[in-house]
Write a protein that binds this ligand. Structure first.
Ligand SMILES: [Zn+2]
Length: 162
């Protein structure tokens, strides 16, 4: 599945694209093991020729499965790209790949989506992270640890022996 637009058709009129792409076909690698796309990407796009490029406008929507960066709890989060506007040049250094008079929009939309991914997913804004230890085991008062004061006393005695 790819989002192909035919340039000859585009030269005559704007093209509307609507549909869904399965997460597997979207092949998004967020470079982050905390994130995965868990539902189909729904798109509604209008593509038109503009100057020496094409303008893609519309929306992309999907749902992510994230792991909280602080407590590792899994949660789902919508990813909405409303008012998406991408200009893809057909000439020059940054020109898009044209094959058989067609441009596949998928890699450019994928790139846009990667940029929109949360950098630091949190299950809730104030997530305090993993508890450091279960209550009651946090401290061992009077445990094996030497209070620092005694250590320095011994150190002082050592000094005297010399
Ligand atoms: Zn969390």
């Amino acid at each position: 599945m790819s989002l192909l637009v035919n340039l000859a058709q585009l030269a005559r009129q704007a093209v509307c694209l609507e549909g869904r792409i399965a997460p597997a076909d979207w092949d998004l690698d967020p470079h982050d093991e905390l994130l995965a796309i868990s539902s189909p990407v729904t798109y509604s796009l209008t593509v038109r020729k503009q100057g020496k490029g094409i303008l893609v406008e519309g929306s992309l929507r999907t749902e992510l499965t994230c792991a909280c960066a602080r407590c590792l709890k899994e949660f789902r989060q919508a990813l909405d790209r409303e008012n998406l506007a991408l200009y893809l040049p057909l000439e020059g250094e940054d020109q898009v790949v044209i094959r058989h008079e067609c441009v596949d929009l998928t890699p450019y939309l994928r790139e846009d989506m990667v940029l929109a991914l949360p950098q630091h997913p949190l299950c809730e804004p104030g997530c305090s992270g993993l508890p450091s230890a279960p209550p009651g085991q946090v401290q061992e008062p009077g445990g094996n640890r030497q209070p620092p004061g005694r250590l320095s006393e011994w150190a002082a005695l050592d000094q005297l022996k010399l």
